[in-house]
Design a protein around this ligand. Structure first.
Ligand SMILES: [Zn+2]
Ligand SMILES: [Zn+2]
Ligand SMILES: [Zn+2]
Length: 170
């Protein structure tokens, strides 16, 4: 468990907090609590979308998530409603968009917000999630020095992950 300083537009910068990255059922429960805390309901459909999203080991497109929810529910769910739920999740810090992959990931820390950094592998498409608040602060400071008011950061590196670099065919 690492101690980070809070770094979101909504938070007062530099406040240390008890940071946890979660997975499995603990992640689903944390996401439910975080969503409900924003005044949104954790409906069965939202729960199904989050559970499907969290089951992927790499960023998933809205279509990937729609297919997974459809398979789990043994009925065809509408891609539109999955899209809307994913966008709601992103707006409420329960999921994040990996912009360069045009895909979504479950937020491993739905109860706190950071300028999350993604290392996106061009070979296996997995994304490694990194939180480095010092880097986020530096970027926001640079923006503000130029009179720019930052709202949301998108920091992504494309390349090859350690596993793919070590694979014999690379
Ligand atoms: Zn945190
Ligand atoms: Zn993060
Ligand atoms: Zn890889």
């Amino acid at each position: 468990m690492a101690t980070h300083s809070m770094n979101s537009p909504a938070a007062d910068g530099g406040r240390a907090h008890d940071h946890r990255d979660r997975k499995g059922m603990a992640l689903i429960e944390a996401a439910e609590q975080a969503l409900v805390a924003t005044g949104e309901q954790w409906t069965p459909m939202r729960a199904a979308v989050f559970t499907a999203l969290a089951s992927f080991d790499r960023p998933a497109s809205a279509y990937d998530v729609t297919d997974a929810v459809s398979a789990a529910q043994e009925r065809r769910v509408a891609a539109n409603s999955v899209y809307r739920i994913l966008d709601l999740f992103v707006a409420r810090n329960v999921a994040m968009r990996v912009e360069s992959a045009n895909a979504y990931v479950a937020n491993a820390h739905p109860d706190c917000s950071h300028d999350c950094i993604f290392l996106v592998c061009d070979s296996c498409r997995r994304a490694t999630h990194v939180d480095d608040d010092a880097l986020g602060h530096m970027l926001r400071d640079q923006a503000e020095k130029r009179g720019f008011r930052p709202a949301k950061s998108v920091i992504e590196l494309r390349g090859q992950c350690e596993a793919c670099r070590d694979a014999p065919d690379h």
